[in-house]
Design a protein around this ligand. Structure first.
Ligand code: ZN
Length: 321
């Protein structure tokens, strides 16, 4: 297999109440809502994309949030922690900010060259903020809600929990082109491309942990980057040749996607970098209006009547002079 991803594209999770979800990720974590659309496979449910200013690949956490969703169980066969990258020396600010916002956090812990602060979102999704000594060159979404000095730079990594490591490691290295980089006890780190924040996954071997159940408060899938559609077509063919049960190429409007499940149980996706979120609305207006793909546009009236209204902070779409 000669195809190699350059890093994470997005993580998609299941949420509960959409307004509570948006308030947490926009106001408390200071991300930007870069697209308000629906789950293309279930148009009665929102699909909310949070990221940096333009929603670049590697900055995105997306949700299918719906009221009254049953709670899931975090466990093996899932991505169990989604980590964001923040500047070095920012974790003290974040710990105080989260506590003032009513979020219970861990103490700041150190591992190798990283400091880590863990907490959960309102639906129980496990999150972490990670500050790496080498820093992160990505530009933050800078608003009054979370100042740019401390703001999230994008995804740092995901942690996948598995009952055994070998088969999952095989998928990561052979099917996605990742490289094993280090082991710390039961944690195996793999990196994509040049590594660094946004290009890492930790495989945590927890044979005695319960099996995960995907519902509210859990990750649905983890998407990895493909540079373009041509690469994705070849990549898919190579996966089929290797006997991987991969979907056909699906049009997700803002990228093209293929999906397959790694042997440990986590659903993976390979998503193209293009065309991105400015395809159907200008950069300044991202996220403010409900956008539908052409094939759902005829049902707009019915879809809008089904979805609860969302109240977004004005900082999501600042007026620039
Ligand atoms: Zn996805």
């Amino acid at each position: 297999m000669s195809f190699k991803t350059s890093g994470l594209h997005h993580v998609t999770a299941i949420g509960g109440d959409p307004q509570r979800n948006a308030d947490f990720y926009l106001r408390t974590l200071g991300l930007r809502l870069v697209k308000t659309t629906v789950n293309f496979d279930d148009p009665g449910t929102y699909h909310l994309y949070y990221g940096d200013e333009s929603g670049k690949p590697g900055t995105l956490l997306t949700f299918f949030p719906w009221r009254d969703a049953p709670s899931g169980r975090i466990g093996t066969g899932q991505a169990t922690t989604t980590s964001f990258s923040v500047p070095e020396h920012s974790l003290g600010w974040w710990k105080q900010h989260l506590e003032v916002s009513g979020v219970t956090t861990s103490e700041v812990t150190s591992r190798d060259e990283e400091e880590v602060l863990t907490f959960r979102d309102p639906d129980g999704l496990q999150l972490a903020l990670v500050a790496h000594q080498q820093g992160d060159p990505r530009d933050p979404w800078d608003t009054a809600l979370v100042p740019g000095e401390h703001a999230i730079r994008g995804l740092h990594s995901v942690t996948m929990s598995v009952s055994r490591e070998d088969a999952t490691a095989g998928t990561l290295t052979e099917d996605l082109g990742l490289t094993f980089s280090e082991q710390d006890s039961n944690r195996f780190r793999f990196t994509a491309g040049d590594g660094g924040p946004g290009a890492m996954v930790d495989v945590l071997v927890t044979p005695d942990a319960p099996k995960g159940l995907v519902a509210a408060g859990t990750v649905h899938h983890v998407a990895w980057r493909a540079p373009d559609e041509e690469t994705q077509v070849g990549w898919r063919e190579a996966l089929v040749d290797c006997g991987v049960g991969v979907t056909s190429i699906l049009d997700r409007q803002y990228f093209r996607s293929i999906y397959f499940r790694e042997p440990g149980g986590t659903l993976l996706e390979i998503a193209t970098d293009q065309p991105g979120f400015s395809i159907d609305e200008p950069l300044l207006e991202l996220g403010r209006a409900l956008k539908l793909p052409p094939w759902l546009e005829p049902n707009r009236e019915q879809i809008e009547a089904t979805l609860p209204k969302l109240d977004l902070p004005s900082e999501n779409n600042p007026v620039r002079v």
